[in-house]
Design a protein around this ligand. Structure first.
Ligand code: AMP
Ligand code: MG
Length: 362
């Protein structure tokens, strides 16, 4: 299959071009498109065969469910059994936007879309290209991140092409995305909402809108092999670059001080002397402190939006360069930092090196 790439100007959207993408989706094909979070790999979410094609194109395990994307709040009604009160409040506060919610699913949503679950994930994106494409298609669009399973999520159309060339009918290129990490996921099926995946709608924002919100244990740490996590995606190694990534942080004392810098420099020298290529992920404040390795700053440490926006692109760049080992500075875990650290620790397979301690293995 030849993958056609069409460029869409967000300010002056060419409806004729977008209709071509909508037609592909309506006829059961696959088209990737930008959203405000990352690029999505779209298919008709109510068409079993189309949903199966997503799993095949991504190489994604079929028990890892998809998110349905809608273009207006009322479009949720046929998809769910009910909209709980907390969900209505969260929709009011954050839709359209980077918030996905989990609902009891209705009969029309095929199990191929939900990975066999009796719940369905729904989101209403704010990106104008995504929103218009969904409206033109006239169906809920199932759209996971448009990367091959296990790779970092794509934040540009070029990233999508790297992973999906020849595997899907079309890529709608709307330029780089705004946020750069995937949507926040909240389960609203119980009495208290549960955060399943942190994102740009932060815990602090959720709590301000609806009061207490719990956090699924899988957000913070690895899930034991015998536990069935609520968001099945949480059990897979995710967002992972090809290189072995480790986070370096100080157990006590300051966030990124001398100890972290000198430990990263020591590890880099060690690996380079063994002939390996080493990448370093740091911030504008520290980028001149690393004399060796391939050094990439995610931005100023205080600008969490910038850090989040750069993260996946840097991981992909290290893949392209054939880096063997990546050492990353660590980040504060509040606000958007929760999403940043969630993606980083998962990409690292939870490997954290404490700069001020002897490393323990295991
Ligand atoms: P992605 O589409 O790559 O951003 O991944 C979608 C995420 O949404 C995965 O981690 C899924 O496990 C999660 N998800 C989708 N549907 C459900 C659901 N019904 N219940 C829990 N998590 C879900
Ligand atoms: Mg994904």
């Amino acid at each position: 299959m030849v993958t056609k790439v069409i460029k869409i100007d967000r300010q002056h959207m060419d409806e004729r071009l977008l209709s071509e993408a909508a037609e592909i989706l309506r006829s059961g094909g696959l088209a990737a498109f930008p959203t405000e979070t990352v690029y999505g790999l779209g298919a008709d979410g109510l068409n079993r065969e189309a949903a199966k094609k997503i799993y095949a194109a991504k190489g994604r395990p079929s028990d890892n469910p998809l998110i349905l994307h809608i273009s207006a709040v009322r479009e949720i009604e046929p998809l769910v059994k009910e909209v709980p009160e907390t969900a209505a409040k969260l929709m009011d506060a954050f839709w359209p936007g980077p918030l996905t919610m989990i609902f009891p699913k209705s009969g029309i949503v095929p199990s191929e879309t939900t990975g066999g679950l009796d719940t369905v994930a729904v989101r209403m994106p704010s990106d104008p290209v995504a929103s218009r494409l969904i409206a033109l298609t006239g169906r809920p669009i199932a759209a996971p991140s448009a990367n091959r399973s296990g790779r970092p999520s794509p934040t540009t159309a070029e990233h999508v092409l790297q992973d999906m060339d020849g595997r899907i009918e079309m890529i709608v290129d709307g330029g780089p995305v705004g946020i750069g990490v995937e949507s926040t996921i909240v389960d609203v099926t119980g009495d208290v909402p549960v955060l399943l995946r942190p994102g740009a709608i932060t815990m602090e924002m959720l709590q301000e809108a609806v009061g207490p919100v719990e956090t699924d244990p899988a957000v913070a740490g690895p899930v034991a092999a015998d536990v069935k996590p609520k968001a099945p995606g949480m059990k897979y190694r995710h967002y992972a670059p090809k290189a072995e990534l480790a986070l370096v942080e100080a157990a006590v004392s300051e966030q990124t001080g001398e100890a972290v810098i000198s430990r990263i420099n020591q590890l880099t020298r060690e690996k380079q002397s063994q002939g390996y290529l080493v990448g370093i992920i740091c911030t504008d404040e520290t980028k001149d402190c690393y004399p060796e390795g391939i050094v990439r700053s995610l931005g100023p440490r205080a600008l969490q939006e910038t850090i989040a926006h750069s993260l996946f692109a840097v991981l992909r760049e290290f893949d392209d360069l054939g880096v063997d080992y990546i050492y990353s500075e660590s980040f504060a875990r509040d606000h958007l930092g929760q999403a940043i650290m969630n993606r980083l620790t998962k990409a690292a397979g939870y490997h954290i090196i404490y700069a001020d301690k002897e490393e323990r293995h295991g």
